[in-house]
Design a protein around this ligand. Structure first.
Ligand SMILES: *Cc1c(COP(=O)(O)O)cnc(C)c1O
Length: 390
């Protein structure tokens, strides 16, 4: 049997590695506290589950869904964008529900990337941008996100011939893994860059609702020229604790939405309709759960920031996202630091290079850890700080 080269080229999925390491330690009897994976620990709100319960009894929802999603869901997404961002979207042509945004992020490469084509991809970044590119036969060109540049890519530093050749520019704010945010001014520069070089902006924004200290992240589509330049991926996963239900959306430029719809309609048969009903309930129902969750995350952010600083890490407390991106103490690599934390304290953090080479020197911690486990982690970090100082 000979597998395709594209499969052999795939890196091991980062989180599969982490899960394996955790399982190994647990098998040795270690009580592991994991800050590894960004998956909300809080349950999906009850009113959203109630919509599932009701929809599950309707036989209309037992049959194949339409690939383009229920019209009611596309309308609900369009209304939510208008309420939240003041962005008006045509539910027929500018909105496409997805089986979780990761699905669309992977498949969109098939709309743009022919063998040998280039995608501009942030480094560090969510691995699917580059993996989707590689699966389509293309090559990622990495744009470093550095602290000096507030973890925004320096678009002026992209060589002319690379920019001319590139088909897409991937962006993600609020950012995973750095926790950085971008303002409309940056999105406008990105849209202008896309116009100048004839490429599409693909903005991934699943954390727009996970924000702290009163900060309200922007949508790429609020930027001048954005709708000509590209689309935005969004998701219900992080906003409403719905990672397990798999539902998200792509919105924006009608030509791109149509291309993605054509690819998808040939590969999948849509989103289970009962889950689309959950999404409608989430987007149209009471929104106070978002504030509630953010208060919890914000408290965790502050507890963990204190403990990490005490241990000699340097970090900017994020204004949004679920992540702390912390600079490891001088003289240690990310992996060395992560290994010491695991061996000396049973704490799992993700080494930065797992998100790209520019992640060297950093580790990522997720705030999706139940309060009592987070407090246990904080206690261990404080104890470790004492023993390291000795
Ligand atoms: C969590 C996450 C997603 C995927 O969300 P789903 O809608 O659950 O597939 C996409 N992009 C980034 C950057 C994420 O962190």
């Amino acid at each position: 049997m000979n597998l395709a080269r594209r499969v052999e080229k795939l890196p091991a999925y980062l989180f599969a590695e982490i899960s394996r390491k955790i399982a190994e330690k647990r098998a040795q009897g270690v009580d592991v506290v994991s800050f590894g994976i960004g998956d909300p620990d809080l349950p999906t709100p009850d009113h959203i589950i109630a919509a599932l319960n009701e929809a599950s009894h309707n036989p209309a929802n037992h049959r194949y869904p339409e690939s383009e999603g229920l019209p009611e869901l596309r309308e609900a997404i369009s209304r939510w964008y208008e309420r939240r961002f003041g962005v008006r979207l045509d539910p027929q042509r500018e909105v496409l529900p997805l089986i979780g945004s990761k699905e669309g992020i992977g498949h969109i490469a098939l709309c743009f990337i022919d063998p040998g084509d280039t995608a501009l991809v942030p480094d560090p970044g969510y691995p699917v941008y580059s993996v989707g590119t590689v699966l389509a036969g293309g090559e990622p060109y990495f744009l470093p996100l550095t602290e000096e540049n507030d973890f925004l890519p320096d678009l002026d530093a992209v060589p002319q011939e690379v920019a001319r050749r590139a088909k897409v520019l991937w962006l993600n704010y609020p950012n995973n893994p750095t926790g950085a945010v971008a303002g409309l001014d940056f999105f406008e520069r990105a849209a202008a860059f896309a116009r100048k070089h004839g490429l599409a902006v693909l903005h991934d924004g699943p954390y727009s609702e996970v924000a702290f200290d009163g900060y309200r992240p922007a949508s790429f589509l609020q930027a001048e020229g954005a709708r000509d330049a590209g689309i935005e991926f969004h998701s219900l996963s992080k906003s409403y604790n719905m990672t397990g239900w798999r539902i998200g959306m792509a919105v924006g430029n009608a030509q791109i939405i149509d291309a993605l719809m054509r690819v998808k309609s040939n590969l999948d048969s849509g989103i289970p309709q009962a889950i689309q009903r959950m999404a409608i309930a989430a987007l149209e129902g009471p929104q106070d759960c978002i504030e509630e969750h953010n208060r919890i995350y914000q408290r965790r952010r502050d507890r963990l920031t204190g403990a990490l600083t005490g241990l000699g890490l340097r970090l900017r407390p994020p204004k949004a996202s679920l992540y702390l991106w912390a600079r490891v103490p001088e003289g240690m690599t990310s992996v060395q630091f992560a290994t010491r934390l695991l061996d000396e304290a049973g704490i799992v953090v993700t080494p930065g290079p797992g998100y790209g080479p520019t992640g060297e020197g950093y580790v990522r911690l997720s705030l999706t850890v139940p309060d009592e486990r987070l407090e246990e982690g904080v206690r261990r970090l404080e104890a470790l700080a004492k023993s390291w100082r000795r």
